[in-house]
Design a protein around this ligand. Structure first.
Ligand code: MN
Length: 315
C-alpha cells in the first residue's frame, strides 16, 4: 500500500496535503514532513499543506492557501484523520483522487488508497515508514517535523510506544543530529498564564464515585486566565495516572463555534465509541467530541461516568 501511494505521488504534479481539524503537532508534523520530502525529491511539483493555523505551533512553517475548484489533476493526501467530516479542508468533494495515511481506528473510507496502522504511535511514524519503504531521502527539517509528531503523540514516549518507536526515533536523532532540547523548548514552552490555569483546573475538577473526573470551563474562565479553548483542551494530558481517576475530560466552551469541546482521556475504560455518538471520536483511550447544548454536555458526562462504572464492576 505504501508503495502504491508513492506511485500516486509520482503521477501528480499538484498535491494537496490535509489533516484533521483541531490541529496538533502530529497532524502538522506528518503534513510538513510529507510536503518537504516530496518537494526535496520532486522540486517541480506543487505541494500545498492546508488547514487552519494555530499560533501555538508557529515553529512549523506557514500553511498554504489552496483554492482551486477543478481538482481532477490533483492528488489529495490526508494524514492523521480517520473520518471525512474531520478533514480540515473546505472543498473535500472537489478532489476525485484521495489517499489516506492514519493511525486512528477506522471510521470512514474516503480515499482510494488508505494505509492505516492503529498500533503505530503517530501519523508521523507512518510517514517515516512510508519514506523508508520507498527509499525516499529527506533533509533535517523533515526529520525534525517527524520528531515533533512522534514525541507529541506519544506524550514523550508515555503511550503507544514500542521498541520499534524507540528504534526509529533513535535512528532519526542519530542520522540528522537532531537538537532534542531545542525541539522540546518549542513543544513545551508555555506562558505562566497556562500554569495558573492548570492550577484552576486541578482545584476545580469534579470527581464522580465511579472514577470519572471532569471540569466544565466557561468562556469567562478562559478569558480570565487568558487562554484559548484549544490550550484548555491540551491540559487534559496532565491528569493521567491519578489513583482515583479512571477517565477524565476537560469540557471547554467555544463561543466562536457555539459549542462545548470535550477532550477525553482514559486509562482503562474505552471511550472513543462514546465520543463517536457525540460528534467526535479518536483513539480508545484518547478522544474528543463536540456538542452544542448544556443538556448534551450533561448527557455525555453521564455516559462517560457510566463507562467508568461498568469498567469498575467488571474489573
Ligand atoms: Mn496523531
Amino acid at each position: 500500500m505504501l508503495k502504491s501511494i508513492y506511485e500516486e505521488i509520482k503521477k501528480y504534479d499538484n498535491i494537496v496535503i490535509a489533516r484533521h481539524i483541531g490541529v496538533d503537532p502530529d497532524a502538522l508534523g506528518s503534513q510538513f514532513a510529507l510536503k518537504t520530502a516530496i518537494l526535496y525529491n520532486f522540486p517541480n511539483k506543487k505541494v500545498y499543506a492546508v488547514g487552519s493555523k494555530s499560533a501555538r505551533y508557529n515553529y512549523f512553517p506557514k500553511l498554504d492557501k489552496y483554492e482551486r475548484i477543478d481538482n481532477s489533476d490533483t492528488l489529495l493526501i490526508v494524514v492523521d484523520t480517520p473520518d471525512k467530516k474531520r478533514v480540515d479542508i473546505s472543498n473535500f468533494d472537489t478532489f476525485p483522487n484521495v489517499c489516506k495515511i492514519d493511525h486512528h481506528p477506522f471510521i470512514d473510507k474516503f480515499g482510494s488508497l488508505e494505509y492505516i496502522d492503529i498500533n503505530s504511535s503517530s501519523a508521523s511514524e507512518l510517514v517515516l515508514r512510508f519514506f523508508k519503504e520507498n527509499n525516499i531521502d529527506f533533509l533535517k527539517d523533515t526529520a525534525e517535523y517527524l520528531y515533533y509528531g512522534i514525541v507529541s503523540d506519544t506524550n514523550r514516549f508515555l503511550f503507544n510506544t514500542t521498541s520499534e518507536t524507540f528504534r526509529i526515533v533513535s535512528d532519526l536523532v542519530f542520522r540528522y543530529h537532531i537538537d532534542i532540547e531545542k525541539l522540546y523548548k518549542n513543544l513545551y514552552a508555555r506562558p505562566f498564564s497556562e500554569v495558573r490555569f492548570q492550577g484552576y483546573i486541578s482545584e476545580n475538577m469534579k470527581l464522580t464515585e465511579n472514577g470519572f473526573a471532569y471540569i466544565i470551563i466557561s468562556n469567562d474562565v478562559l478569558l480570565k486566565y487568558g487562554v484559548d479553548s484549544s490550550s484548555a483542551g491540551n491540559m487534559v494530558n496532565n491528569y493521567n495516572n491519578i489513583d482515583e481517576v479512571l477517565a477524565w475530560a476537560t469540557i471547554s466552551e467555544d463561543v466562536k463555534n457555539n459549542q462545548y469541546k470535550f477532550n477525553i482521556r482514559s486509562r482503562g475504560p474505552i471511550i472513543n465509541n462514546v465520543a463517536e455518538r457525540y460528534n467526535g471520536g479518536g483513539h480508545a483511550m484518547a478522544s474528543g467530541a463536540r456538542v452544542n447544548t448544556m443538556d448534551e454536555v450533561e448527557l455525555l458526562i453521564n455516559d462517560l461516568d457510566n463507562v467508568c462504572r461498568i469498567y469498575r464492576e467488571e474489573e
